[in-house]
Design a protein around this ligand. Structure first.
Ligand SMILES: [Zn+2]
Length: 425
């Protein structure tokens, strides 16, 4: 069954088309793949008059011939919609035969610009596979769109105003290291964003980043602050690349180190032969890991009970973790932070618990850079939730198997790239 719409002019207006483009025909046809379903097919043509611009140099050139092209457009109600057009090819003296640009789509895409904009918005919220299912497209087509868009947005990156950088690494099951470089929020209002990510860790990725940074108008001497973890792999290389910068050990890493120690100590006590210890600690893992305010009333009661049990190393370590968090939250200036932090380091270093002594050593060694936080107030906040963000991205990118997709997804979700704005159709 084919039914022709008589009012093609209305479609021309509704789609925002201007001369030379006009809608010549609109028809509803059963889908080839699924004849039960009807589809809308809109046919667009050019009026065939005059000349068109060569897409490479923009100079007017005569028409050589034309090609039939099809793009998927937004659905009309429940009907899939396709736009068919005869697209002229120009014959430029300099560049030869080229397909002209149409105002509703890019030549390399099978979607209209509006469809792309909607897909990209969906893809920022949902896993690729889910979007693919919902819109009835193969996910490889959606990945192609993501790469196209990310590559284009990356080519326009401008680092000229970046004056504070964070660096972090992410590993997947102890291999597949990924280094991530981010910009801290800028004075001009730009939000924190991922600038660059590359496989590997330590010196080599930093050198690659510095190269990219300078190529994108970044000024190394303008960078006044760097945040990183405590490991020296990045630190020295970053300070070499950005010689004017002050280094702050990111507070998230400092607190995490302490949290990890609490967990290590809890596991050690669980393995001990002491039955009463084991009984008190059983099933308590999350009580120690989560922030107190995120626990349920029942869990808080349980934790209070555990904290009053003095024979546990875990409670001692936990209390030190609270003290550390208190340093970050309560110290209003550098001087009071120095005092509170030094007293904490002293307590840790003199602790009877070896795990805490080790942390005390590490904190003392890095005290200057840890305390820089109270002057710079810089954190890798964007990456603070990075572990959970990574698992979200991993989910969206279907894991690490395809590193190229994985990295594109990091830029896509954390790069603060501008989504294309479709003005036509
Ligand atoms: Zn040309």
């Amino acid at each position: 069954m084919t039914s022709n719409f008589p009012h093609t002019d209305i479609f021309t207006v509704a789609l925002g088309l201007e001369s030379p483009w006009v809608v010549t025909n609109v028809e509803m046809l059963p889908s080839e793949k699924n004849p039960e379903k009807m589809e809308v097919h809109i046919h667009v043509d050019y009026d065939g008059q005059g000349s068109y611009c060569c897409p490479q140099c923009g100079l007017e050139s005569p028409i050589y011939d034309s090609r039939e092209k099809v793009w998927r457009h937004l659905n009309f109600f429940q009907y899939r919609c396709y736009i068919h057009a005869r697209v002229p090819r120009t014959n430029c003296e300099k560049h030869g035969v080229k397909l002209v640009e149409v105002p509703w789509a890019r030549s390399s895409s099978g979607f209209t610009l509006l469809m792309e904009a909607v897909l990209l918005t969906m893809l920022q919220q949902m896993p690729v596979s889910q979007v693919a299912y919902q819109v009835g497209e193969h996910d490889t087509r959606l990945w192609r769109l993501i790469h196209l868009y990310v590559d284009e947005a990356l080519s326009k990156q401008d680092f000229s105003e970046v004056d504070a950088i964070g660096v972090d690494e992410y590993s997947h099951k102890g291999h597949n290291y990924l280094s991530v470089f981010l910009a801290h929020p800028q004075k001009d209002g730009k939000k924190a964003r991922v600038l660059f990510t590359v496989e590997g860790k330590g010196k080599q990725p930093v050198q690659e980043f510095v190269e990219v940074f300078e190529a994108k108008a970044g000024k190394v001497d303008k960078v006044a602050d760097i945040t990183s973890d405590m490991c020296h792999g990045y630190r020295n290389a970053m300070l070499e690349g950005f010689p004017k910068a002050r280094l702050t050990v990111d507070r998230f890493h400092v607190v995490k180190m302490m949290g990890d120690a609490v967990d290590t100590i809890r596991r050690r006590e669980m393995r001990s032969k002491d039955r009463s210890k084991i009984r008190s600690l059983e099933g308590s893992r999350y009580l120690w890991l989560k922030n107190k305010e995120n626990l349920t009333a029942e869990q808080q009661k349980q934790l209070e009970l555990l904290l009053s049990t003095e024979h546990l190393d875990t409670t001692i370590a936990y209390n030190q973790k609270l003290k550390l968090q208190g340093v970050y939250e309560d110290c209003i200036d550098y001087e009071s932070a120095v005092e509170a932090f030094e007293s904490l380091c002293l307590e840790l270093s003199n602790s009877s618990i070896s795990e805490l002594r080790r942390i005390g050593k590490s904190f003392t060694r890095n005290a200057l850079e840890i305390l820089n936080y109270f002057e710079s107030k810089k954190t890798n906040a964007l990456l603070e939730g990075f572990n959970s963000m990574i698992s979200l991205i991993k989910h969206r990118a279907r894991g690490f198997k395809n590193m190229k997709n994985f990295m594109a997804m990091i830029y896509f979700v954390c790069g603060e790239l501008e989504l294309p704005k479709a003005t036509i159709m």
